[in-house]
Design a protein around this ligand. Structure first.
Ligand code: IPM
Ligand code: MN
Length: 365
């Protein structure tokens, strides 16, 4: 069966990192005897330049028609002063909302070869492995009323019961598959919306007696993540708290350039690196493609139920790091600095080796 993937490479380093991921996807498809059709569409600043809007109906329709969407990054200095709805970021928000992608999964695990690139001490960061479940289509990002005039600015943080229930369920189920620990992050000491969130999460918890649930205020959670990240297994939180928590999580693993994400709804799925468009290094063939390659790995796992393919990509990335290859932003003394394209080819070579070794033994294809 041929799966259709829509590619939205976007702005800045987006096109370079998605090109890298596409190469890995094509290679994986070949090895695992499956085929993918890729269709490319514009989004963000690139779309604004061409069509005067950051997200066209045509691009949106292409996403509705496909089995999965792979996105690079959007944004850049030249579009920062556009009206709110014309900004590249508005396209991303509209896409998430239109596709109903309420679950944003951001894994935070530190690759052992990168432990010393972390801003935290080795003994604090080593062995960190948790995943953030961020609610992605509600909360203060979308609440009404919103606006500003010359006297005031305002937004609304609101969650309906169903919105909390569905993200909580996803997080509990993930915790069941992992170490059975869930931390729900809120600001219930101040916000009613958080008191409600907490109450609903407690209700959902009764269906998952095997999962140990705790609640944490978001300020404390930010502190705990840098103090002792190993205490976490699964974190579930609202849209804006999740935005902040996931950047902290990204940083402590050594580089935001390493972190993938999956955004899932009941029907559609979108995969993108956590990092942004990094316009200052765009077009130089030096961007780190690993977050997007790992996002493609998540795509194989969640959209195509090809967990083995996903694992081989992950292992190939780990081996590449083990061998000392680094893009410039994470290189330390003694590492071999490589370009975006070189890094991609080395990952593919390692993929090949791991695939050949393993297909003799463990996996049945
Ligand atoms: C993210 C980004 C986006 C967000 C921006 C670009 C709208 O920071 O994906 O984390 O705030 O959700
Ligand atoms: Mn963010």
């Amino acid at each position: 069966m041929t799966q259709l993937i829509t590619l939205l490479s976007g702005d800045g380093i987006g096109p370079e990192v998605t090109k890298a991921a596409v190469k890995v996807i094509q290679h994986t498809a070949e090895k695992f005897n499956t085929s993918f059709t890729l269709q490319e569409k514009l989004i963000g600043g690139a779309s604004y330049e061409e069509y005067g809007t950051p997200l066209t109906e045509d691009t949106l329709q292409a996403c509705y028609d496909s089995n999965a969407v792979l996105l690079g990054a959007v944004g850049g200095y030249q579009w920062e002063n556009l009206e709110h709805h014309l900004k590249p970021e508005a396209a991303l928000l509209k896409l998430r909302k239109s596709l109903g992608l309420f679950t944003n999964i951001r894994p935070t695990n530190v690759f052992s070869p990168l432990v010393d690139s972390s801003s935290l001490k080795r003994e604090v960061i080593e062995g960190t492995d948790y995943v953030v479940f961020r609610e992605l289509t509600g909360g203060i990002y979308f609440g009404q009323p919103r606006g500003y005039d010359e006297h005031k600015g305002f937004n609304t943080m609101v969650y309906g019961k169903e919105e909390v229930v569905r993200i909580a369920k996803q997080a509990f189920e993930a915790a069941q598959r992992r170490n059975k620990k869930l931390t729900s992050v809120d600001k219930a000491n101040v916000l009613e919306v958080s008191q409600f969130w907490r109450k609903v999460v407690e209700e959902v918890a009764s269906d998952y007696p095997d999962v140990e649930l705790n609640h944490m205020y978001v300020d404390n959670a930010a502190m705990q993540i840098v103090r002792d990240p190993k205490q976490f297994d699964v974190i579930v939180t609202s849209n804006m708290f999740g935005d902040i928590i996931s950047d902290i999580s990204g940083m402590i693993t050594g580089s935001l350039g390493m972190l993938p994400s999956a955004s899932l709804g009941t029907k559609y799925a979108l995969y993108e690196p956590v990092h942004g468009s990094a316009p200052d290094i765009a077009g130089k063939n030096i961007a780190n493609p690993l977050a997007t390659i790992l996002s493609a790995a998540m795509m194989f796992e969640y959209s195509f139920e090809m967990a083995t393919a996903s694992q081989v990509i992950f292992d190939a990335v780990e081996r590449t790091l083990d061998q000392g290859y680094r893009t410039a932003e994470i290189a330390m003394e003694g590492d071999t600095v490589v370009t975006t394209e070189e890094m991609t080819d080395i990952v593919i070579t390692n993929f090949e080796k791991i695939f050949n070794d393993q297909s003799l033994g463990v996996f049945t294809l």
